[in-house]
Design a protein around this ligand. Structure first.
Ligand SMILES: O=P(O)(O)OC[C@H]1O[C@H](O)[C@H](O)[C@@H](O)[C@@H]1O
Length: 419
């Protein structure tokens, strides 16, 4: 299960829940009242129930016998979730290579390294118009056409169900394709084929992933006292009210190393907005890793500004692995396990940061597996959606990213070079 540890939080959560019960219930009611309303972008709530799409993805996977490598071309919500789950859950049966950039050298190195006859290219774009994605796709398409007799078998498209240039291209060329449902926004799409398809090739337990996400859906509908996303949304909200403008997501798991980056997009792009009165709202999500950042950012967290809510994500169980007697090394904890070290460091960090005066709590996962990651990611989507209601913002659009795109295209239409 996913648990909440508030031993070092520094405030009485039960009392706060009582004080904020009305606002939290109103937030939940307001959100659910829009369920099913076109344009509400709440379709992410249904993805864990969509076993038909899961079956279609698996049928497609079973029909592809040539792939040793899968190039996943996409950016933002079309990449970050897939990358996070692939790092944590992928079994490497097919090597997955994310392309979420436009840097020439790594692109050329990847093209040189892969065999087009053994490569599947998964191009993902909800809009079908993203400059970085279409540029990289053109590059890999050209590579496939030159390197395989049947390039169409080596491309699979995930995009809007009916609209956009990528959907038209897939239809015109008769390509295999999947859909990001109309009512699912990019940063909420990880449990759609955006994430399911690469995971099907690398060998993750997709049923467990969706089962965990269904559990998050069930918890989100529970009464307040048992409602994890309403509780954590309240903790994020109270931190904002205290003037803590930074929310740190610190994963104590190497397999979860890309989950913080996925959370950063989810939180910042959903909540960094103008509210109904035009006020600028939002806290800044900061990615961190444990124990790595005990040797880096923790210095700032301990002695820098007390402007942070710090959330640790910690697995409770893992495979047994004992620290052996070191050959002549100073007393290196013989007999303790690596999990003992991981948990001691996480709990020590939580205590040290609380002593400094930061707000700190821990989300515990029984273990890092498909079920718990499905639960965690869906939980964080619920937390974000509830916060959008509390802060009076639309957590499902992203008008702020459009200007940069327009300016980039204007430059490229001129000469593009950095001046
Ligand atoms: O999936 P796409 O339409 O290619 O969009 C990819 C990303 O770029 C957009 O500009 C938004 O910032 C993101 O929310 C989105 O995930």
């Amino acid at each position: 299960m996913i648990g909440l540890c508030t031993d070092h939080l520094g405030l009485d959560l039960d009392r706060a829940l009582g004080e904020w019960e009305g606002a939290l219930e109103a937030a939940r009611a307001g959100l659910l009242a829009r369920k099913g309303v076109p344009g509400s972008f709440l379709g992410w709530m249904d993805l864990p129930e969509d076993t038909e799409t899961l079956r279609a993805v698996r049928r497609y996977r079973e029909g592809v016998d040539f792939a040793e490598d899968l190039v996943h071309i996409g950016i933002g919500g079309s990449s970050l979730g897939a990358l996070a789950l692939e790092e944590a859950l992928g079994e490497g049966r097919v090597r997955v290579h994310p392309v979420d950039h436009v840097e020439p050298t790594p692109l050329k190195r990847l093209l040189d390294r892969l065999d087009p006859r053994r490569t599947l290219v998964h191009v993902v774009s909800k809009s079908g118009t993203t400059l970085e994605t279409l540029s990289a796709f053109a590059l890999f398409l050209d590579w496939l056409k030159k390197g395989t007799p049947d390039w169409r078998r080596h491309v699979v498209v995930t995009t809007d169900p009916s609209r956009g240039p990528l959907r038209r291209f897939a239809q015109e060329e008769g390509l295999a394709s999947f859909s990001i449902p109309e009512e699912v926004g990019g940063r909420y799409s990880v449990l759609s084929p955006v994430g399911l398809l690469p995971l099907a090739f690398s060998g993750a337990d997709l049923e467990a992933l969706l089962s965990g996400a269904r559990m998050a859906n069930e918890v989100a509908r529970r009464p307040l006292g048992e409602n994890l996303p309403l509780k954590t949304a309240l903790l994020q909200h109270l931190a904002w009210l205290e003037g803590r403008g930074i929310t740190v997501f610190m994963a104590y798991s190497a397999r979860m190393r890309h989950v913080p980056a996925w959370f950063v997009q989810l939180h910042d792009e959903s909540l960094g907005k103008r509210d109904r009165e035009g006020r600028r709202v939002g806290t800044t999500a900061l990615p961190a890793l444990g124990p790595q950042d005990q040797h880096a950012q923790v210095q700032l967290f301990r002695e820098g500004p007390l402007d942070k809510l710090i959330v640790l994500a910690l697995p409770l169980q893992d495979e047994p692995l004992v620290i052996p007697e070191g050959p002549g090394l100073p007393g290196f904890l013989p007999g303790r396990t690596f999990l003992d070290v991981l948990q001691a460091e996480a709990l020590a960090t939580e205590e040290a940061l609380a002593q400094a005066g930061q707000r700190v709590y821990t989300l515990t996962l029984d273990r890092v597996d498909a079920y718990h990651l499905g639960w965690l990611l869906q939980h964080l989507m619920w937390q974000t959606a509830f916060l959008g209601e509390l802060w009076g913002v639309n957590a499902f659009d992203q008008p702020g990213v459009e200007l940069g795109k327009r300016l980039a295209l204007e430059r490229l239409e001129k000469d593009g070079r950095f001046q």
